[in-house]
Design a protein around this ligand. Structure first.
Ligand SMILES: Cc1ncc(COP(=O)(O)O)c(C=O)c1O
Length: 502
């Protein structure tokens, strides 16, 4: 090597690190960013829930690759002008679509701290891993799981359900299945869930290699709870046909109407049939924190595994999905794999096995545990449980408003925090689809839609801790207003309905 190749200018002199040139200027800007985001949360009601994205805004994100640096203040200005006002809107109390959590300022601050630490929670011996282990322990306590239980943060419940299918597979077929795949006996494995279950269960069966045909979607009762008798019969039929039942996925809060399956009966059935009992509790599982709801989740404590999202009713900022597994050894059996570069030691940084990378498919992972830890510590589970209770009370209030209003129709029982309803009209599917789009574009409220028994429904999922009676009243008033205008426009096409002001 010639001498000139070894002559490297000191980093600082070359200005080559990514640290700020002026720490003071960066500090001042950082304080402004923090103030702005606190103001954003504090004044959230002054803004529309959501607003359509103008072309000029979208165009900001069609730029070519930035080869040259841009001043941080300028980048932040672009954020303030073009990103902040056009977010999904789930921080807003009027957001009621798709079961989104509202987050909190506490979670936001924790995210900043986590980013500052820049910890990789794949493994190794550092306190961020202990924080994740603390959450595993706390979550185990919430559900009455034994001390050997294990858990892992993932993006969301879709991923947690996929991991659960893989744990159930390895538990049934043995660790050799990880090497040989699911050919032979594995190809006969059959899983069960209800017709009302979330689509990610089907996808998990597909991605895990079983194929979606290996999932039996059992019928439901009028409240969308799985028909346990039909489940039992299907399992018997499948055994007779030579298939190998291995897994039941129960729902603790279905996505459409928040139904909770009979978890006690399913636990009993799984015990008798020696099947893995998994609960998809994406949002409903945290109902155990609400004294009013907890009894309806009886049986969840007997699950072999539970998938849930702290980013929904837990009010932790996105994303914070979680898988809890009763038997930690089975959890590790499904994923732990030796690798020379991940060797565990008895001293130094590479100690403290098992590592989270032994409990899922991710190696590099962020510090999701910190925002969850801050949220649980700062608010306490009683307060979070009270918010869950209140969301359900608001759903019942909305139900009452609908039942008292002849122009509205309730479309499904109100099980938890989700209310499905619609404006009565000859052209109800069309009119209600329009109502929802108009509501979203008006910025007054943002419910979503679903289809129940082939009929389109307005679906209001009340998840946000900021949502209040006034938000429900605004939703009802706007649905009636838009419904009347749309119906009238259909009857008298020449009249053009003006948009409601925010
Ligand atoms: C019952 C149920 N299961 C699974 C999911 C998927 O969760 P995620 O979006 O966190 O992946 C949802 C999402 O709302 C859900 O309601």
């Amino acid at each position: 090597m010639n001498r000139s190749a070894l002559e490297i200018a000191p980093l600082a002199a070359a200005g080559e690190t990514l640290d700020p040139k002026s720490w003071d200027e960066t500090r001042a800007l950082a304080h402004r960013m923090l103030d702005d985001m606190i103001d954003y949360a504090a004044t959230i009601r002054e803004r529309p829930v959501w607003q359509p994205i103008p072309d000029v805004v979208r165009a900001q994100f069609r730029e070519s690759l930035p080869r040259e640096p841009t001043d941080l203040g300028e980048v932040y200005h672009t954020f303030s002008e073009f990103i902040l006002p056009y977010a999904t809107g789930n921080v807003h109390p009027g957001f009621m679509g798709w079961v989104h959590g509202g987050g909190s300022v506490v979670g936001m601050l924790a995210e900043m701290l986590a980013a500052g630490l820049n910890a990789n929670l794949g493994g190794r011996d550092h306190v961020p891993i202990e924080v994740e282990r603390q959450i595993v322990e706390w979550t185990g306590q919430m559900f009455g799981f034994p001390p050997g239980a294990s858990g892992v943060f993932v993006t969301g419940t879709s991923m947690a359900n996929l991991l659960a299918v893989l744990v159930a597979r390895t538990s049934t077929l043995g660790i050799a299945a990880r090497q040989h795949g699911i050919a032979g006996e594995g190809g006969l494995l059959t899983a069960y869930t209800s017709k009302a279950a979330h689509g990610c269960i089907t996808r998990a069966m597909d991605v895990a290699g079983f194929g979606s045909d290996a999932l039996r979607c059992i019928g439901v009762d009028r409240s969308d709870r799985i028909d346990v008798g039909a489940l039992r019969e299907q399992i018997a039929r499948d055994r007779e046909g030579g298939r190998k039942p291995f897994l039941v996925v129960a729902s603790a809060g279905t996505v459409d109407i928040g139904a909770i399956d009979n978890l006690v009966a399913i636990a009993q059935l799984c015990r008798e049939e020696r099947l893995w009992f998994h609960v998809d509790g994406a949002f409903g599982a945290l109902g155990v924190l609400s004294p009013a709801l907890a009894p309806r989740l009886a049986g969840i404590e007997q699950a072999d595994s539970i998938a849930l999202d702290f980013h929904k009713w837990g009010q932790v900022p996105y994303d914070a999905g979680f898988l809890l597994v009763r038997d930690g050894e089975r959890h590790r059996d499904a994923f732990a794999a030796p690798a020379a570069y991940l060797r565990r030691e008895v001293r130094g940084l590479a100690t403290g096995t098992p590592w989270p990378c032994d409990l899922g498919v991710d190696l590099s992972r962020g510090f999701r545990a910190l925002k969850t830890w801050f949220t649980l510590k700062t608010f306490g589970t009683e307060r979070l449980g009270a918010i869950i209770t209140r969301c359900c009370a608001l759903a019942r209030y909305l139900q009452g408003r609908i039942e008292a209003e002849p122009r509205l129709e309730l479309m499904a029982p109100v099980n938890l925090n989700i209310v499905c309803f619609r404006y009565r009209s000859e052209h109800a599917d069309h009119v209600n689809g329009e109502i929802v789009v108009n509501l979203q574009e008006s910025g007054i409220a943002a419910p979503s839609t679903t289809v129940l028994d082939g009929r389109l429904a307005i679906r209001a999922a009340i998840v946000n801790h900021r949502t209040d009676v006034s938000d429900i009243d605004s939703l009802v008033a706007a649905v009636l207003e838009f419904g009347a205008r749309r119906s009238s426009a259909l009857e008298h096409p020449s009249r053009i309905a003006p948009r409601l002001a925010v």
